[in-house]
Design a protein around this ligand. Structure first.
Ligand SMILES: C[C@@H](N)C(=O)N[C@H](C)C(=O)O
Length: 176
């Protein structure tokens, strides 16, 4: 599919980036694929993808690579999140993704929003993996876990998990 000017498939700029586009499948907070995510691809603006390639190059020197969970998100997907969040009866994946959060509070706690930075194409959800094995570094909480342990400066995580988060934070701040 041809993308709008200034948008790129991230894998074209960073061929060895790993993708695990969660909203393409059922392993996400909704427990089902999101309609707009028909293909397992990551799309970003060219400047964002180019900056990310610098992060990847630095990580590779340390035996790591990046893995993307989500990048550009169409507004229709955001609308589907909002619709899901308003349906209090649908709690199929509560245990894995928001065990301590009442669904009614997902908006005011900032976990779900009716407008997302992802829809501008320069926001990306990602983690670091071992370049050889593909194993994720332990960041202390899983992707899209709605809870205070996912806050960057959480005190609920151990030293190694804090250090792993800082590797990613420092590199992202350096290049993006
Ligand atoms: C749904 C979650 N991954 C997320 O991206 N939340 C923020 C609020 C967003 O929609 O931008």
């Amino acid at each position: 599919q041809k993308l709008p000017e200034n948008f790129v498939y991230v894998s074209k700029i960073i061929p060895d980036i790993a993708l695990e586009i969660r909203y393409c499948g059922a392993n996400n907070f909704m427990g089902k694929p999101v309609d707009a995510y028909r293909e397992s691809v990551a799309i970003l603006t060219k400047p964002a993808a180019t900056a990310l390639s610098q992060v990847q190059e630095e990580l590779k020197k340390q035996g790591y690579r990046l893995k993307i969970f989500d990048a550009y998100r169409p507004q229709s997907a955001v609308d589907q999140f909002v619709e899901w969040a308003r349906d209090e009866a649908d709690t199929i994946n509560k245990k894995s993704f928001y065990p301590e959060i009442d669904k009614r509070n997902l908006f005011n706690l900032g976990y779900i929003s009716s407008r997302s930075g992802h829809s501008r194409g320069s926001t990306v959800d990602l983690t670091i993996i071992n370049a050889e094995t593909g194993e994720e570094l332990d960041m202390g909480s899983p992707y899209d876990f709605f809870g205070s342990i996912s806050n960057h400066n959480s005190e609920e995580i151990n030293k190694e998990q804090k250090e792993n988060r800082l590797i990613l934070k420092h590199l992202m701040e350096k290049w993006l």
